[in-house]
Write a protein that binds this ligand. Structure first.
Ligand SMILES: [Zn+2]
Length: 136
């Protein structure tokens, strides 16, 4: 299939676009939960949908089922602060993510979990941006 056909297909089929979008969110963090670092198996709405949270990248983070299930409709930051695995660097990463600064979020996550660095390195290409800041 040609690339143009794929784009066309996505326009016709929003579900396919949604699936791709979700996949890309997981790829950003190397398939790790933004809260605890375990495997991300779901997408969590930072501001719950029940409270008007939108299904956009800034409001949707990769999360494991355990975090997603335990957070439910709580405020993400308040809930996270009470967790045993709370890490202020991750909290900052979530904040950056919700502000649309995925690059900063990934940088903070990398700091929080150096062993995941390899996966996060891979996600750089997804952002398709200049990473010269990393040299600093
Ligand atoms: Zn988790």
């Amino acid at each position: 299939m040609h690339k143009r056909d794929a784009v066309f297909l996505e326009d016709l089929c929003p579900k396919l676009r949604d699936r791709r979008w979700r996949k890309s969110l997981h790829e950003y963090t190397g398939k790790s939960c933004i809260y605890c670092g375990k495997n991300s198996e779901s997408i969590d709405h930072v501001l719950p949908r029940s409270k008007g949270g939108l299904s956009i990248t800034e409001n949707c983070v990769p999360a494991c089922l355990s975090c997603n299930g335990s957070k439910t409709d709580n405020n993400a930051f308040e809930w996270y602060r009470k967790q045993r695995f709370y890490d202020p660097r991750r909290s900052m990463a979530i904040r950056a993510w919700t502000e649309g600064d995925i690059r900063l979020a990934l940088r903070l996550l990398k700091w929080a979990e150096p062993k995941r660095t390899e996966n996060i390195e891979k996600s750089k290409s997804l952002l398709n941006e200049d990473y010269s800041w990393q040299a600093a």
